[in-house]
Design a protein around this ligand. Sequence first.
Ligand code: SF4
Length: 62
Amino acid sequence: MIKADTNVCIGAGMCALTAPEVFDQSEDDGTVILLTDSPTAEQLAIVEEAVNLCPSGALSLG
Ligand code: SF4
């Protein structure tokens, strides 16, 4: 299960660039939008990469 804290997100967009099937960004302020909170097994590795790349620590996997 992915969690995204939009209060922490700084809209850097690394997540959407890294895993565009899972993360999008708000057109208003660039903050993260989760397209799914339950990644498939195939998506999990790229989601983990996106979580690690996020500069604000807004993303977590649990
Ligand atoms: S990488 Fe992190 S800070 Fe950047 S848009 Fe995604 S959640 Fe927000």
